[in-house]
Design a protein around this ligand. Structure first.
Ligand SMILES: Nc1ncnc2c1ncn2[C@@H]1O[C@H](COP(=O)(O)OP(=O)(O)OP(=O)(O)O)[C@@H](O)[C@H]1O
Ligand SMILES: [Mg+2]
Length: 320
């Protein structure tokens, strides 16, 4: 759906982005990951033409974006700014209504869509007339997201959307983010410097350094088949946790024991990752969990069986 083709941006002598290319499929969540100053924000801003590139092309739905009016292009792209970019002296309602005003929506339509999003994002409607500068970081991030989602654009660009949150708040918002139906339908490019976040939320990751993409692939590809020492080094902290997040239950399916009896209760879908499965052991306190795959087959596994299958899988990766 989005094709970035050899895009570069030079600021004076600084090559902020250096001939990078990548593609994003429809409804995919692509992460631009990298340390401060590697060119993530610049890349994102070239996609909605807030920054014009020095070289290269970008296509959205096979249309060259440089042949479109920037204002028209931006109507189909939601944008969540780094540090949320809300106007602190506007109320929540006014901040969310910026795009509807540009689109000349009538008041009723804006109000009902705002109310719908506030509910979906768990924001109490009593906040509507509060200045955003008076809200907590987490609330501000949700409002930034509501503002970007209001016109239901097919593409969403998010620049460190959870950047200023503490770890607990961040992990709660990640869960909501994954569950939000509005986001499942969207093609998303998200910037972060947080490896754990990239592994939790990304279908694929572009790892950047000094304006270039060092490696792009699924979290598991980066982890188990790194192209060089830089990639290895980038992923070395809390590696086990990254592995739990990168490996899905269906990757282990063949390695899990056969089910003996069918269970009645709720089953976990095999698309979830090991980390989430481990959390469900922790929260449910059960001896074993039931897993169901896309063909409707069920398996019942204990914590020990899950861990054994995971280590078997991991050993296999090392030898490929
Ligand atoms: N308007 C500008 N003028 C000059 N140099 C710029 C400009 N914008 C960015 N740069 C430089 O380009 C490089 C990439 O910046 P960019 O903001 O894209 O990095 P980033 O990966 O988003 O970093 P961070 O994680 O800190 O947000 C940096 O060296 C930065 O100083
Ligand atoms: Mg940035």
């Amino acid at each position: 759906m989005i094709k970035v083709d050899g895009i570069s941006k030079q600021f004076g002598k600084v090559k902020a982005v250096d001939a990078i290319s990548f593609e994003v499929q429809e409804q995919e969540n692509l992460i631009l990951l990298g340390t401060s100053g590697c060119g993530k924000t610049t890349t994102l801003k070239m996609i909605n033409r807030l920054i014009e590139p020095t070289a290269g092309n970008i296509y959205i739905n096979n249309k060259n974006i440089f042949e479109q009016q920037p204002e028209v292009l931006r109507r189909s792209i939601g944008y969540v700014l780094q540090n949320n970019g809300l106007f602190p002296h506007y109320t929540v309602a006014e901040n969310i209504a910026i795009v509807p005003q540009l689109l000349k929506w009538d008041k009723k339509k804006t109000e009902s869509r705002t109310a719908e999003l506030m509910e979906k994002l768990h924001l109490d409607k009593s906040y509507l007339h509060v200045y955003t500068g008076e809200l907590s970081g987490g609330q501000q991030q949700r409002i930034g997201l509501a503002r970007a989602l209001i016109s239901d654009p097919p593409v969403l660009l998010m620049d460190e959307p959870f950047g200023s949150l503490d770890n607990v708040t961040r992990s709660n918002i990640h869960k909501e983010f994954k569950a939000l139906d509005e986001l499942k339908r969207k093609t998303i490019i998200m910037v972060t410097h947080d490896v754990q976040e990239a592994f939790e939320l990304g279908d694929r990751i572009c790892l950047m350094d000094k304006g270039k993409i060092v490696q792009s692939g699924t979290p598991a590809e980066l982890l188990f088949n790194p192209v060089n020492e830089f990639v290895k080094g980038f992923l070395k902290d809390q590696r086990l946790q990254l592995e739990f997040k990168a490996v899905k239950l269906h990757d282990l399916w063949e390695l899990l024991p056969q089910l003996l009896k069918k269970t009645e209760g709720r089953s976990l879908s095999s698309v979830i990752d090991i980390w989430t499965a481990l959390e469900s052991f922790k929260f449910s306190g059960e001896e074993s969990i039931s897993i169901i795959n896309h063909e409707g087959d069920q398996k019942q596994v204990s914590f020990e069986q899950l861990m054994a299958a995971f280590y078997q899988y991991k050993n296999k990766q090392g030898h490929e």
